[in-house]
Design a protein around this ligand. Structure first.
Ligand SMILES: Cc1cc2nc3c(=O)[nH]c(=O)nc-3n(C[C@H](O)[C@H](O)[C@H](O)COP(=O)(O)O)c2cc1C
Length: 391
């Protein structure tokens, strides 16, 4: 009979092996302390690097969702509801990541989401991101809340960026902004419609209160970002932005105002996708603002299918929200997205390493997508169809 100390130890180890406690312990992987972007293994490694260099107020603003951050979490959790269905014995010796949107060939389906105020993360802000996007041939969407001017970003990018519109409350302001963006030649205007009702950035506010510096000494938009006219793209435009009275009539007016391609960002339902198509938009970005708009929403990956069905292939549907892995991107493509945007990951990398960090993020995600395509037997983007995921 074996009941000595060894037996007890074996019994205890056996208990641990089946225990969720041990599984959790295994998940506590050693955090990498990056000293250069090349040391990053995956996108998430940049999160800690950014946290170490950013002041608490800036970190909190970037990391924040709204209320209890439930939509923020749902964006990540959503991917768990879709599993891959890989096919075998397909020649995957050559993988073609190119895709086409609005008659332009993209090197990969990845794009850089509009993120406001990037000089709060790195002194070169949007210009550093533009240089990275140019080096990696990625599409950059510039925010209306940019801390760099669209003219400077166009120079650094070597081509005009797509431009994200926060609509000024006064129509003359919208006209002025759109004309300025047309003048640099931006091909696509992306109107963000998910912040028209306001929001509660609670986590940001908690972090801000731990920050003892005088933010107002550095930037006029400190303390809630109310000094909108201090933003480089809003100079000469007063009255604020994101009119809560906006309806589909505003979209019709915008449609008439410009010949730029018009994309709506922040659509999450089939009903709105149908209306968007009926009102003549050229594309949709399924987005919940990275969990920074409406609380207790679905992860965007879960909303994607109904939007794709509703537009019936007539206009491209793009998506963002929680994309961190090549498998995440693959799932969205399988569910019908034509392009996938990342927000925070490139901001983490920008914060810690500037342009080189952003380049590394694009390289890693591209390599992961390529690997997933090999593993699933999909040599090109058009091979990635709904049969490669199960819900
Ligand atoms: C700090 C921060 C600022 C943002 N600023 C804007 C903005 O100015 N305009 C906009 O349309 N979306 C903005 N977004 C939302 C992003 O475009 C995108 O929808 C979101 O970040 C994608 O989710 P992810 O961060 O999980 O990748 C911002 C997001 C963050 C994190």
């Amino acid at each position: 009979m074996d009941n000595g100390p060894d037996h007890d130890r074996r019994k205890f180890l056996g208990f641990l092996a089946g225990s969720p406690l041990l599984a959790a312990a295994w998940m506590q992987l050693p955090a990498l302390k990056l000293t250069s972007p090349d040391e990053a293994i995956t996108l998430m490694d940049f999160e800690e690097a950014a946290r170490r260099v950013l002041p608490p107020a800036h970190w909190g603003y970037m990391a924040s969702g709204v209320d209890d951050d439930a939509t923020l979490k749902a964006n990540r959790e959503g991917f768990q509801h879709f599993k891959l269905r890989p096919r075998r014995l397909v020649d995957v010796s050559r993988i073609d990541l190119r895709t086409e949107i609005f008659g332009t060939v993209w090197e990969t389906p990845l794009f850089l989401c509009p993120v406001g105020g990037q000089k709060m993360f790195h002194r070169d802000g949007e210009v550093a991101v533009a240089r990275a996007a140019s080096a990696k041939k990625a599409v950059q969407i510039l925010s209306t809340a940019t801390s760099s001017m669209v003219e400077d970003v166009t120079m650094a990018l070597g081509t005009p960026p797509w431009y994200q519109l926060y609509m000024p409350v006064k129509w003359e302001g919208t006209e002025r902004l759109v004309r300025r963006v047309e003048a640099v030649g931006s091909p696509v205007l992306v109107w963000t419609v998910d912040l028209l009702g306001g929001r509660n950035l609670e986590t940001a506010e908690r972090y801000r209160r731990t920050d003892t510096r005088d933010c107002a000494a550095c930037h006029a938009t400190a303390r809630g970002g109310r000094a909108v006219e201090a933003l480089p793209m809003m100079s000469g435009i007063d009255g604020g932005m994101n009119p809560s009275a906006a309806t589909w009539d505003y979209l019709d007016r915008l449609r008439k105002l410009t010949k730029m391609r018009l994309v709506l960002k922040g659509i999450e339902t089939r009903e709105d996708a149908r209306l968007a198509r009926e009102h003549g938009v050229d594309g949709i970005i399924v987005s919940n603002h990275g969990g920074r708009a409406t609380e207790t929403g679905r992860g965007t990956i879960e909303a994607l299918g109904e939007v794709v069905d509703a537009v019936g292939g007539q206009i491209p549907v793009l998506i963002d929200g929680g994309f961190r892995r090549g498998t995440d991107v693959f799932k969205a493509l399988a569910l019908g997205a034509r392009g996938v945007g990342i927000g925070r990951p490139y901001v983490w990398a920008l914060s810690a390493f500037g342009q080189q960090g952003v380049e590394r993020v694009l390289d890693i995600l591209r390599a992961e997508l390529q690997l997933t395509m090999r593993q699933c037997g999909t040599p090109s983007i058009k091979h990635i169809t709904g049969s490669f995921v199960s819900a």
